[in-house]
Ligand binder design. Structure first.
Ligand code: URA
Length: 238
């Protein structure tokens, strides 16, 4: 089994994050630190260690959780700043990890699972599903600005793919607007950077849906297990 898949099957990290762990020298196989991402391991006979602790493939029960993430939580395991993590909210005795990114200051829909294959698929650029956000922004976007947002903007070192944006509400006196934005990519802080680029910095950002999954009435800080139908939907995304 390819080493990154093995690490993901142990519930340590997604396959892509597992590759970072390898590059950082945190994985050893049979007592030897490895840096080669293409190594295969024998799940029965090889011993694999993460930060010096042996890791083993977890039994196969898969868990799929939808959380309404509050602001002020990181969507990953603890970081070096000891900030609160979404895993402090979702307390279950299985190792799960978030599917993709949601910034510390962003709230809303976040999936968590121990299904490494699904995580890999949902975060792969080839499959990335539509994600819809409600953004409160400074100012009132003009038609030209909205058009350039929709057509793609130069951000960092890429040009964003076509995206959707509508202004749901504007308040001239208070000089702010509420926009509904849909993108299918998942670059770092992408919605914030796109809105900043058209001159309307984000004051508040919330993800309300991912594909056909949505927050609906789920309160901030609450989570629920996905239904079988929802899991089937995610697995069938092409
Ligand atoms: N875009 C952002 O800017 N932040 C998020 O958390 C998600 C998408």
């Amino acid at each position: 089994m390819r080493i990154n898949k093995f690490i993901a099957s142990c519930g340590v990290a997604s396959r892509r994050k597992a590759e970072n762990l390898i590059k950082e020298g945190r994985i050893s196989v049979n007592d030897k630190v490895i840096f080669d991402l293409s190594i295969d391991v024998d799940p029965i006979n090889d011993k694999v260690f993460f930060d010096g602790k042996e890791i083993k493939i977890e039994n196969d029960e898969k868990i799929y959780i939808l959380l309404n993430k509050p602001e002020g939580y990181i969507a990953s395991v603890k970081d070096q700043f000891d900030r609160k993590s979404v895993l402090d909210i979702v307390k279950i005795d299985k190792r799960i990890y978030p599917v993709g990114r949601l910034d510390y200051e962003t709230s809303g829909l976040l999936l968590l699972t121990n299904d490494g294959d699904l995580t890999y698929k949902l975060t792969h650029p080839k499959h990335e599903v539509d994600k819809t956000y409600i953004a409160s922004v400074r100012g009132i976007p003009t038609d030209d600005e909205l058009r350039s947002f929709r057509n793609g903007l130069e951000i960092d070192h890429y040009i964003s793919a076509k995206a959707k944006i509508t202004v749901v509400k504007s308040d001239v006196k208070k000089n702010y607007s509420v926009c509904k934005v849909t993108i299918h990519e998942g670059h770092n802080r992408q919605v914030r950077k796109m809105l900043e680029k058209i001159g309307h910095p984000v004051m508040n950002l919330k993800r309300i849906s991912m594909g056909s999954l949505s927050l609906n009435q789920l309160e901030v800080g609450q989570y629920r297990y996905l239904t079988e139908e929802e899991v089937r939907y995610l697995k069938n995304i092409k």
